[in-house]
Design a protein around this ligand. Structure first.
Ligand code: SF4
Length: 491
């Protein structure tokens, strides 16, 4: 690993504007499912890295739950020291190819340059470092030299489970990851569309983990196919990383009509088509030729939007009950908090209509029980409560409605019930300061304990939980622990 010797260009931020990768032209990218962004030229990236001011107090680092040492790798990239840059990046982040594509980048929201200029293009720099490292075959397995003789089961293979598993394997434990789906990755695999992250990135990382010694068992639902008792007998420790997969529903009149689906009932099919399980035309739940309404204005809604466009939807509306966010930070949302401003994701750029301050009253069906429209009205926020705006009722034709309203916590019953695990007041798995549940040798990390959150928090929790498990199994640990269960984002 190289040694920093100060900034390479102390005036970079005065000379250069922020630039990030171009998105491929909309008419072209809608014809395929490949990632939307073009590669970013590495010499231009060095210019972008030179905009970093190497702040005395790097707020970017504070804004990142992983504690990524961002000014260091900015400097190394500017100096053309790419191998050192990936070492520095991997020191705090197991999967920069995931975060570099999927994280909303609280680091950029906290970047000091962002006070009066566009922030440093941290996420672009991150993803380019790791993509280049893979191209150069620098991402090699890190095989433990000493084995502990202890075994750990990780239940769930999303980003939290994968991070915990990689850390624990490297610490010398025999780790088995259980996944109930047929492929590894959790939401990364079947929630995130191919056009946001091609799944070859997961496969490549899983291959590295297998070479390090992590064992993966797919198609096994722990609590159903294997009992909680069996898992506890077979392993010295168990890490629960099953995510917050219980979706929020909209139990209004007409909810049982044919044509209303949860986002996570819809998105996995499109991803399966890209895995080659069947053709796009054979996708069981598809928006092809249909009038689509998405309820929920967040990232999952945008994932549905981009998927519907690629399937050939006739029209797409995306409903959001909140008002349209401002173009600039509001007074109540100052730097370095995450900017709650109007954003145009790649999916929004591709078409569809975003409808804000709207509430759905009822789903309307035809005589055969199929959805034909929804009834809605405008709302306004009064003293923190939504009130109907008089005389704004309307109907909108819809063949298919996709509910993308977030998740309320882990699925109840099953494994959690068998283990007699305590939940907290928000229905997440309760844990102490060390990610330990109320049941001996059972730990929890990621959305299952925190509730629905960002990928970067999932990886950070996986790393911290692994450190806690390692310390418990061996009496000490050299693994990093970037977050505590009680840590919260800069919001
Ligand atoms: Fe560089 Fe921005 Fe971090 Fe300062 S806050 S060190 S300018 S990336």
């Amino acid at each position: 690993m190289g040694v920093r010797s100060g900034m390479a260009d102390i005036r970079g931020f005065l000379k250069h504007d922020r630039e990030t990768a171009n998105r491929r032209p909309v008419p072209v990218r809608l014809l395929d499912w490949h990632e939307v962004y073009e590669d970013f030229d590495r010499s231009s990236l060095r210019t972008q890295a030179s905009r970093c001011m190497d702040c005395g107090i790097p707020f970017c680092n504070n804004g990142c739950p992983l504690g990524n040492i961002i000014p260091d790798w900015n400097d190394l990239v500017h100096r053309d020291q790419w191998r050192d840059a990936i070492d520095r990046l991997h020191a705090t982040n197991n999967f920069p190819e995931f975060t570099g594509r999927l994280c909303p980048a609280p680091c950029e929201g906290a970047c000091v340059l962002g006070i009066d200029q566009d922030p440093v293009a941290i996420k672009q720099i991150e993803v380019t470092i790791i993509d280049h490292a893979f191209e150069m075959d620098w991402v090699e397995p890190i095989i433990p030299t000493v084995l502990s003789g202890q075994s750990v089961a990780v239940v769930g293979s999303g980003p939290a489970g994968l991070a915990a598993a990689q850390q624990l394997t490297r610490a010398g434990h025999a780790v088995v990851v259980f996944e109930r789906a047929d492929r590894i990755g959790g939401l990364l695999r079947y929630g995130i569309p191919e056009f946001k992250m091609e799944k070859r990135h997961i496969d490549r990382r899983v291959q590295q983990m297998e070479q390090e010694g992590t064992e993966f068992r797919t198609g096994i639902n722990v609590g159903v196919d294997v009992s909680a008792d069996e898992i506890r007998q077979q392993f010295d420790a168990v890490v629960l990383a099953g995510g917050a997969t219980q979706w929020r529903d909209l139990p209004i009149e007409g909810r049982d009509l044919e044509g209303i689906y949860q986002a996570m009932e819809y998105l996995p099919w499109a991803n399966r088509a890209q895995e080659g399980d069947f053709t796009v035309e054979e996708t069981p739940i598809s928006a092809a030729g249909k009038k689509v309404v998405i309820i929920g204005g967040g990232d999952t809604g945008a994932d549905c939007l981009g998927t519907a466009h690629r399937q050939g939807a006739a029209s797409v509306h995306q409903f959001e009950i909140m008002p349209c966010p401002p173009e600039e930070r509001s007074a109540g949302n100052p730097w370095p908090t995450f900017p709650m401003t109007f954003k145009v994701s790649s999916a929004h750029e591709e078409g569809g209509e975003r409808v804000y301050s709207v509430n759905t009253d009822e789903f309307l069906g035809d005589k055969d029980g199929n959805l034909r429209a929804l009834a809605a009205h405008e709302v306004q926020l009064v003293d923190g409560r939504f009130e109907k705006v008089a005389d704004t009722d309307f109907e909108l034709e819809a063949d298919i409605v996709l509910l993308a309203m977030g998740f309320t916590g882990p699925e109840p019953g099953g494994l959690l019930e068998q283990l007699d695990i305590d939940l907290d007041e928000r229905s997440n798995v309760a844990r102490d300061d060390n990610f330990a549940t109320n049941v001996e040798n059972i730990w929890v990390c990621g959305d299952m304990g925190r509730g629905q959150s960002l990928i970067v928090w999932a990886i950070a929790e996986g790393r911290s939980c692994a450190a806690a498990v390692d310390a418990s199994l061996t009496g000490s640990t050299s693994l990093m622990s970037p977050v505590k269960p009680t840590d919260r984002p800069l919001l």
